[in-house]
Design a protein. Structure first.
Length: 230
């Protein structure tokens, strides 16, 4: 949080504490109030980063820094943190994702899984004579993209869009999914992050790093590369 927002929050908290009508918590001094606001924002940021963190140990680290008795040097802390963020945390995310997708397949027999981890159910088969097979084929699609928690990120229906792309331009999991249905077909497919936006995510679309996504895809048209004039 920048200093302007921090001061604004502090001012709001202090104004409430000084108001005769306020029924909120009153901290002893102005500096205690500011310290509490800082703690709130540190806590909110840590919660977004990893909700499983041990709060007591976080506080111990803060106290050790103030006592100038930190158990790790800055260099050791940086090395461990980078290792955790680059290796341990993604491994945790992959293990959770694998269990999540396995549970979907187990809970509903209509779902199947491919070797890549794509977990899908075909809602409408479509025309099997117009089935995309080559990455040179082009398709027209409508889709809805949701997070694993059900939040809608994009809907071509709401936007009135029809996306026209070569199969090679699609994310691997989407490419694999549309090859399972023909023109006019519909599929609901869960994509592991490795088959979607990966560790980078997509800030513009609102896709978090290592996110599992659900696509509801309608295959509107198929333009077979093999049928184009040479």
């Amino acid at each position: 949080m920048n200093s302007r927002n921090l001061l604004l929050l502090a001012a709001v908290l202090l104004a409430g504490a000084c108001s005769k009508k306020s029924a909120g918590v009153k901290l002893r001094t102005d500096t205690d109030s500011v310290a509490y606001v800082i703690g709130m924002n540190v806590g909110a940021n840590l919660l977004r980063m990893d909700s499983t963190l041990n709060v007591a140990v976080v506080c111990e680290g803060i106290r050790d820094v103030f006592r100038e008795a930190a158990k790790l040097s800055p260099e050791e802390a940086e090395t461990f943190f980078l290792s955790y963020m680059n290796y341990a945390l993604p491994e945790k995310a992959r293990a959770y994702e694998e269990q999540f997708l396995a549970d979907i397949a187990k809970s509903n027999r209509a779902y199947a899984r491919t070797t890549s981890g794509v977990t899908y159910t075909v809602d409408e088969v479509g025309d099997q004579e117009a089935l995309p097979s080559s990455d040179r084929d082009s398709v027209a699609l409508r889709w809805v993209i949701r997070t694993s928690g059900g939040e809608e990120l994009y809907s071509s229906y709401d936007r009135g869009d029809t996306l026209r792309l070569a199969l090679s331009e699609l994310k691997p999991g989407v490419r694999e999914s549309v090859k399972l249905i023909g023109k006019g077909g519909k599929i609901t497919t869960w994509l592991p992050s490795s088959q979607a936006y990966g560790a980078e995510g997509d800030a513009e679309l609102g896709v978090a790093p290592n996110a599992t996504l659900c696509y509801e895809i309608e295959l509107v048209e198929v333009d077979k590369y093999a049928n184009r004039p040479r």
